[in-house]
Design a binder for this molecule. Sequence first.
Ligand SMILES: C[S@@+](CC[C@H](N)C(=O)[O-])C[C@H]1O[C@@H](n2cnc3c(N)ncnc32)[C@H](O)[C@@H]1O
Length: 205
Amino acid sequence: MKDFMTPFYLHYYNSNVWSNTYWLGQRVLKCPLDMILYQEILYKLKPDVIIECGTNEGGSTLFLASICDLLNHGRIISLDIMEKERPQHERITYMLGNSVSESVFNKVKQMIAPEDTVLVILDSDHSQKHVYQEMKLYHSLVTVGSYLIVEDTIIGHPVVPQLLPGPMEAVFQFLNENDDFQIDETKHKFHLTFNPNGYLLRVKK
Ligand SMILES: C[S@@+](CC[C@H](N)C(=O)[O-])C[C@H]1O[C@@H](n2cnc3c(N)ncnc32)[C@H](O)[C@@H]1O
């Protein structure tokens, strides 16, 4: 990250505007520039299945479904440990459970066909331990040319350092052991992202 971004990051994050951002009236805990990156990825990749760990109020899920509607392609499986009222949409399947439970993972796996192009987004518990566990489980579902997106790697880099170690630490732990994925540096183009080093492109099987 460029040094000149640190004060802006802190200002943006500490303003709490990220929790006051909406897609079609649903709260979405994302930086709008990341939503444009998602749109670009979805347009190019046209994934058959998007797996989202961490639904919250479903704003990000509805956003993904809206882009899939525009592309006339794709469905979303979104899981969360908490039950909430969420937007209903024919492309969305919500699942209740702990993302790192083997049985939840196996249920998700059963909902994917072998020929499906799969994109995975990790946006649940942001501790290093949990994100690393998710990466170990879900990376196998990501197809070559698609992404494993690790959200909120800005934790500790530079915002809320008290939450370290977080997603960024999990990314490097995982990449040290796995050369099937590479950080896609082109996803830093807007400078402001909540997911620096978090867009991991699958380069081989
Ligand atoms: C950052 S929010 C998700 C934000 C949402 N994707 C968005 O962009 O609007 C994190 C969510 O992860 C859920 N969560 C926390 N621990 C989890 C776990 N072990 N398994 C599944 N979901 C979990 C929380 O209940 C919370 O709703």
